[in-house]
Ligand binder design. Structure first.
Ligand SMILES: O=C(O)c1cccc(C(=O)CC[C@H]2O[C@@H](n3cnc4c(=O)[nH]cnc43)[C@H](O)[C@@H]2O)c1
Length: 252
């Protein structure tokens, strides 16, 4: 594996990363693992941007291919997400994950209102970690990203908190309430736990930065704002990449 110090940015669909791609200088395009990868520079930082396709399976395949091709110094996953109303986040606001949980991993409970029981085996054991369904995220990059955005991106709320990953988009208020009771997440999306798994596996710093396109729960398309979420998540990632050197990198 070739080691280099670029930042790898991933999004499930092109709108989630196209704003970052448009800011790249000295652009190169290639296909890695069957995925579209664009590389270039933002200020002096080398940046690779990849569209992974939606969901955990696409994410894991695409990130594995990109990391095996060239090891990054940081992975940033971005995109839109559902915001939990109870978290205080509103449409267009930014969330930064400090933990990722795959809500589908566990043993089915007798009563569907109860939380899943923990898996009787580990998904991954690394050092003292025994991963069953939740992934810790290294706090230092999260704190630095929060500080950068608080200073440079004061057009919306920015919140750090737990995220959950689902394979079925939550579409009832009842399920949204149950998930909030069980995990107290600020955001729900479909890729984060896959990226967190890969970054832990390869011992890479990981940031998940998303903008809320909708509230989690009963679907009311009138209140959704995908264009705003795309604009904000691209803008937030761009601010971090522009300020990457000034804040001393993310290797911590
Ligand atoms: O066209 C649509 O109806 C539509 C609805 C939501 C998202 C899209 C996208 O193009 C982005 C896919 C991406 O969005 C994430 N996402 C956004 N909101 C939620 C949610 O409430 N629950 C779970 N995932 C959400 C997800 O990560 C998808 O990959 C188009």
């Amino acid at each position: 594996m070739i080691t280099d110090s670029h930042v790898l940015v991933s999004g499930a669909v092109s709108g989630e990363v196209s704003g970052v791609i448009n800011e790249l200088e000295s652009v190169k395009k290639q296909t890695i693992g069957g995925r579209f990868l664009v590389s270039g520079k933002i200020n002096d930082t080398d940046v690779h941007v990849m569209v992974t396709g939606p969901g955990i399976v696409n994410t894991v395949q695409a990130l594995t291919a990109a990391i095996e091709h060239k090891r990054p110094c940081l992975v940033i996953q971005t995109g839109c997400a559902g915001a939990f109303r109870q978290s205080g986040l509103q449409i267009g606001d930014i969330g930064i994950a400090d933990q990722e949980t795959c809500v589908h991993l566990g043993i089915e409970p007798e009563n569907e209102e109860q939380a899943l029981e923990e898996l009787p085996f580990s998904l991954m054991t690394l050092d003292n970690l025994n991963i069953k369904h939740s992934y810790p995220i290294k706090p230092e990059p999260v704190r630095k990203a929060f500080d950068i955005l608080s200073e440079t991106f004061n057009i919306c709320r920015i919140k750090t908190g737990p995220f959950i990953t689902v394979s079925t988009i939550t579409a009832t208020d009842k399920t949204a309430e149950r998930l909030y009771r069980q995990f107290a997440p600020c955001m729900e999306a479909m890729e984060g736990s896959g990226a967190a798994h890969i970054c832990l596996y390869y011992n890479l710093p990981f940031l998940e930065i998303r903008a809320a396109s909708n509230y989690v729960g009963k679907r009311d398309k009138k209140t959704w704002n995908l264009p705003l979420a795309f604009k904000r998540c691209n803008g937030a990632v761009w601010e971090i990449l522009k300020n990457f050197d000034k804040f001393g990198g993310f290797a911590g």
